[in-house]
Design a protein around this ligand. Structure first.
Ligand code: NZQ
Ligand code: ZN
Length: 392
């Protein structure tokens, strides 16, 4: 077991109708002029945005709005948001939406609080010295960005998708009303469940330092999401299942399920980010499409963890060799993906990549991770290419 820092400063306000508390929360965290940032319009159509602006109006808090954060959010809109915040003297950001709106808001926050080019942070050229304070009203359980230190932005030029993490960007508050997620298309619900599980799986499949308690939390979270993803497939309006998945999404990526290990593997995410950047696929679906090929490539180097996962999460039969059990677990996971409508390879994801495209993605991915990365198994560019090829 390794030592660790665990820092989760976000005030979570969870339950039905909690968005009505937005004005009090903005005031509590010192906001006087707010930028409300949202995505492509689902919050307009659902009436949520109107309810939020009404609350702020009633409380006498002035605000400006900026919509348009697309899935795999773009740097161009971040620049627009930075300009708007400076012009309007905004001192608080309120993201209303999913990971894309939240991440875009975080990037805007960096751009306002730091001089110079904001992409530098995502390009690993320098570290941020601050971020405008941020609050969140979450509408999709998926990325965990509502409590995480991360944001992921795509630079349109060259379609480069990169993440940057710092504690400055952890939201001050997160309003989580499971009912807000009931308008989601089934596909997005399934993508969210996949992403949530993957955030914990990335931390679980490691070769460095493990803790019994962390494993128990991780396995419990994974079994819960697996079970409730199926419930939501059959009954999308099930409030309790929505709530289980929503809370799991935050705990899966606020650091809890990695305490005591080496930080995790994260290569499935890195391989997916290239897909998201280049083909604009939904993040969760991209993860499902790549995971099986990654798992088959690395499992022998991380056998005890794959065996434990197979037995404790996928609940496969405990017979045969460790390798047989591990492989049964991987197959069971792929069956689960298929059962909730997720792809298990790039073709099912709808990506028509040539071998040249795969070579390009492997090259970009290797550059993005500084040459090589991974904990279950360290992967270099050649290994990344082999996984992309296997996932076709
Ligand atoms: O844009 P709108 O119109 O709001 O529609 C969205 C979007 O089309 C829709 N949606 C969201 N809530 C809805 C809804 N539709 C109906 N009813 C609702 N209640 O769902 C679609 C997906 O939304 P998006 O915000 O893109 O989803 P998600 O939360 O999965 O975010 C994905 C982005 O986050 C990044 C991903 O790479 C991707 O760019 N990630 C961020 C992380 C972080 N900050 O910690 C970690 C993750 O691993 C991930 O990389
Ligand atoms: Zn993710």
């Amino acid at each position: 077991m390794f030592g660790f820092n665990y820092y989760t400063p976000t005030k979570v306000v969870f339950g039905k109708g909690t968005e009505s508390q937005v004005a009090d929360l903005v005031k509590e965290f010192g906001g006087t002029k707010v930028l409300i940032h949202y995505g492509g319009g689902s919050v307009v159509r659902s009436g949520l945005l109107k309810r939020v602006t009404d609350r702020l109006d009633d409380a006498g808090i002035s605000f400006v709005t900026l919509g348009g954060a697309v899935p795999n959010p773009h740097l161009g809109l971040v620049y627009e948001g930075i300009e708007l915040c400076k012009k309007e003297k905004v001192d608080f950001l309120l993201a209303v939406g999913g990971g894309s709106a939240i991440d875009s808001a975080k990037a805007i926050g960096y751009g306002v609080a730091n001089e110079g080019e904001v992409w530098d942070f995502y390009d690993y050229k320098r570290q941020a010295k601050g971020c405008l304070p941020l609050g969140v009203i979450l509408t999709i359980a998926a990325t965990g960005s509502e409590m995480s230190d991360s944001s992921v932005i795509t630079k349109e030029e060259g379609l480069v998708k990169r993440g940057y993490s710092s504690d400055y960007a952890r939201p001050r508050f997160a309003i989580m009303d499971p009912e807000l997620t009931m308008t989601l298309p089934d596909y997005q619900t399934a993508c969210g469940c996949t992403d949530i599980m993957m955030h914990t799986m990335e931390r679980y499949f490691t070769n460095g330092g493990n803790m019994e308690l962390t494993d128990a939390l991780a396995e419990g979270l994974l079994r819960t999401v697996k079970k409730n993803a199926i419930i939501l497939r059959d009954d999308p309006k099930n409030y309790d299942a929505r709530a289980e998945v929503m809370w799991a999404g935050s705990l899966a990526h606020n650091g809890l399920t990695g305490c005591g290990n080496d930080g995790g593997d994260w290569m499935t995410h890195k391989l997916e980010h290239e897909l998201g950047g280049l083909y604009d696929v939904a993040h969760g679906a991209g993860l499902a499409a790549i995971w099986g090929s990654w798992a088959r490539y690395v499992y022998k180097d991380c056998l005890p963890r794959f065996k434990k996962y197979a037995l404790n999460v996928m609940e496969v039969e405990n017979t045969g060799s460790d390798e047989e059990i591990a492989l049964r677990g991987i197959e069971a996971m792929e069956d689960f993906y298929r059962s909730i409508g997720m792809p298990t390879n790039l073709r099912e994801l709808g990506v028509k990549a040539t071998d040249e495209d795969l070579v390009t993605m492997a090259k970009k991915c290797a550059v993005g991770v500084g040459g090589e990365m991974g904990s279950a198994k360290v992967l270099n560019e050649e290994a990344m290419l082999a996984i992309y090829r296997a996932s076709m």
